[in-house]
Design a protein around this ligand. Sequence first.
Ligand code: DX5
Ligand code: ZN
Length: 222
Amino acid sequence: MTGVRIAPSILSADFAELGDEIAMLERAGADWIHVDVMDGRFVPNLTFGAKVIETVRRRTALPIDVHLMVVEPERYFDDFVRAGASGLTIHAEVSPHLNRQLVRIRELGAAAGVALNPATSLSAVEEVLGELDLLLVMTVNPGFGGQSFIRPSLGKIARARAMLDAAGSRATLEVDGGINRETIAECWRAGADTFVAGNAVFTARDPGAEIAALRGQCVQRA
Ligand code: DX5
Ligand code: ZN
């Protein structure tokens, strides 16, 4: 399907086999690799940093979509881009200088993204649409894989689509959290084009078939 990107999150991977998991995702037809960086402060959980991004980069040529669930994300921009990140997405809730931060990410040659928690209004990015390459609408409260999709997010996705279109923005509209065969189609119809999926892909007996099935759900926008 044109315009549909599936971005498996390695949060649900077997870390002892990370290299093989990346190669598997590439064979399985993933479009991007989504890397969830958590600092135990913005979110309760802790994950990984530049070393793991470097490891992923060594195993794939696919775009590496880094989701920074950390306070003071600017501390990591240089290292993460050097390690091979293709895009860096920072949370509006902990980024008081979004304009400066997005400009800096672009200067480093990466795609600049902003993520919004379920409770954060779209108005948080209204003034920086010109600097935005990606808008990530969180469909769970970030911190853990395997959570349930928050249904009121659908209205927000539709409003995000309308906001980007009205501004003439070509930014990617990504959703993350609880995306599976049951939830992806409605997100697609609401206007999302890029879908993070952790649990759905990694618990599948055949991740390739699962990615194809997820993609296959995205047909005909209303
Ligand atoms: C949530 C992370 C997600 C997560 C998605 O905090 O940002 O990327 O891994 O996992 P699933 O698809 O299992 O909800
Ligand atoms: Zn994520």
